[in-house]
Write a protein of this length. Structure first.
Length: 150
C-alpha cells in the first residue's frame, strides 16, 4: 500500500504497484537503492491544450535510459501510452500536466526495480506563487521533433 503525504502540491496522480494513487505518494523508502545511490531514471513529458506531444518518444527514451542504468525496462511503450490515457481521465479536460514515467532500483542496479508514472497539474495553487513549468511558447527553440531529421 502506498503512503500518501498531505502537502500543498498541485493535484497529482501516480500509478504504482498496479494501482492509481492520488496525492504526493511516497514512492521510495530509506533503504531504496535509488534514494541513496541515484539509480533512477525518468523522462518528462507534457500535456497541454488537449495534446500530449511525442509521448511515444518520451517513453522510448525512458526505457532506453533504464537499460543504460542496468534497470530492465519492463513497461512497453504501448503500455506507457495506455497508462497515460487512463491517468489523463483523472484530470479536467485540457489540464496542463507534467507526466513522469520512472524506473528505479529498490535493492541494487540490475537486481530489483520499481516502476511508476505520475502526472501533476502544471499550475501551482495561487498561494504557492508562479508556475514552475514554462508555457509551451516559452519552450520554443531551434530544434523541433517534428522537423527534418526526426
Amino acid at each position: 500500500m502506498a503512503v500518501t503525504r498531505k502537502s500543498n502540491v498541485s493535484k497529482t496522480w501516480t500509478f504504482l504497484n498496479g494501482d492509481w494513487h492520488e496525492g504526493n505518494v511516497a514512492i521510495m523508502g530509506a533503504r531504496t537503492h535509488a534514494a541513496w545511490l541515484g539509480s533512477m531514471v525518468f523522462d518528462g513529458a507534457r500535456a497541454f491544450e488537449g495534446v500530449t506531444p511525442d509521448l511515444d518518444l518520451h517513453f522510448a527514451r525512458v526505457n532506453s535510459s533504464a537499460a543504460s542504468f542496468l534497470l530492465k525496462p519492463v513497461v512497453r511503450v504501448e503500455t506507457w501510452l495506455g497508462l497515460t490515457a487512463d491517468g489523463l481521465k483523472r484530470f479536467d479536460a485540457g489540464a496542463e500536466l507534467y507526466i513522469r514515467p520512472m524506473y528505479w532500483a529498490e535493492a541494487g542496479a540490475g537486481v530489483c526495480h520499481s516502476v511508476a508514472i505520475s502526472a501533476t497539474e502544471r499550475r501551482m495553487r495561487a498561494r504557492r506563487g508562479e508556475s514552475w513549468l514554462p508555457l509551451p511558447q516559452q519552450c520554443a527553440g531551434p530544434h523541433r521533433s517534428d522537423g527534418p531529421g526526426f
